[in-house]
Design a protein around this ligand. Structure first.
Ligand SMILES: [Zn+2]
Length: 300
């Protein structure tokens, strides 16, 4: 009723999703960047972005030299010098008026994992980020955590299982970078042990073919398009088909750093360039991220 009499362009605009959620950003910014970060978030808000899930590192025991072995090249880190981003990210979250959804990056966690996680969530974190780095054969060419920490693979797995157990018990979403083709067996073991965990294996699980088999079997598994722009632009039809085959699983994500709103906008253009059916595009931009993060549907 309200829309009657409005020009067609206004109607079209009015119906565009205004609840876009990016499930995959990284902080990499310190509080001295508060002004440009706030300006970037305002720009995204006016483009219809409602939430950004932002990963924050929490280094408590490593040297900067060692931490750098756990961070892929090509990302300009402008955050806290010792890679402890929790306080700055929670400050950004507070001043964003709830636009940011902070997730604690567990790659550097050492010690009493459940107690550490408890403290981060008491402070305001709402989700978990992990990276499966069992050895140096990972797709990111990063050091293996067992080697870097001086622990066995079993001890490393015990840490990851503690992280998943905490997430499942507390109904928290997990964004977990893991190569579905190289580590498919471990992936299945994790999913079998935590059947109600909501988990996003980003970047199409590094292998769409291997991830498909996982998506078929595990209904709580999501994926995202972060960092995939060059691949998608190279072969849009194939990625369009994949997304349409799993319309309730693929989430909007950009891998943008908190001070790079233009990358989020580039990914938004990328999704729109795929010309997905309207309801699929709405699921990718809003519905799937909302369910993965566990946001109330009124927020989506
Ligand atoms: Zn990422």
């Amino acid at each position: 009723m309200l829309e009657e009499g409005l020009p067609r362009e206004t109607l079209m605009k009015h119906r565009e999703p205004q609840d876009i959620i990016d499930v995959h950003c990284h902080c990499f910014a310190g509080r001295e960047l508060a002004a440009p970060v706030a300006a970037g978030l305002a720009r995204l808000r006016s483009a219809g972005v409602r939430h950004l899930a932002v990963m924050g590192l929490v280094n408590t025991s490593f040297s900067v030299e060692d931490i750098c072995k756990l961070i892929p090249e090509g990302f300009d880190y402008l955050g806290e010098p010792l890679y402890y981003e929790a306080d700055d990210l929670l400050e950004f979250t507070h001043s964003s008026g709830g636009m940011l959804f902070p997730m604690v990056d567990t790659r550097c966690l050492r010690g009493d994992v459940p107690a550490l996680l408890q403290s981060y969530f008491a402070g305001g974190f709402r989700g978990i980020k992990g990276l499966y780095l069992a050895d140096d054969g990972n797709d990111l060419h990063l050091a293996g955590i067992p080697e870097l920490f001086g622990i066995s693979l079993e001890q490393y797995h015990r840490r990851e299982w503690q992280i998943f157990a905490f997430a499942e018990a507390n109904d928290l979403p997990v964004l977990y970078h893991m190569d579905a083709s190289r580590y498919g067996d471990v992936m299945r073991a994790m999913l079998d042990d935590f059947p109600s965990l909501r988990i996003n294996f980003p970047h199409f699980g590094i292998s769409r073919r291997a991830l498909s088999a996982i998506l078929e079997c595990y209904p709580n598994v999501y994926t995202d398009i972060a960092y995939m722009r060059p691949h998608i632009l190279n072969n849009p039809a194939s990625y369009r088909d994949f997304i349409c085959s799993y319309p309730d699983r693929v989430c909007f994500g950009s891998d943008a750093l908190l001070y790079q709103p233009e990358i989020v906008l580039e990914y938004l253009d990328l999704v729109r360039s795929l010309k997905l059916p309207g309801e699929v595009e709405a699921q990718v931009l809003s519905g799937n991220p909302c369910r993965f993060l566990g946001l109330p549907t009124t927020a989506c």
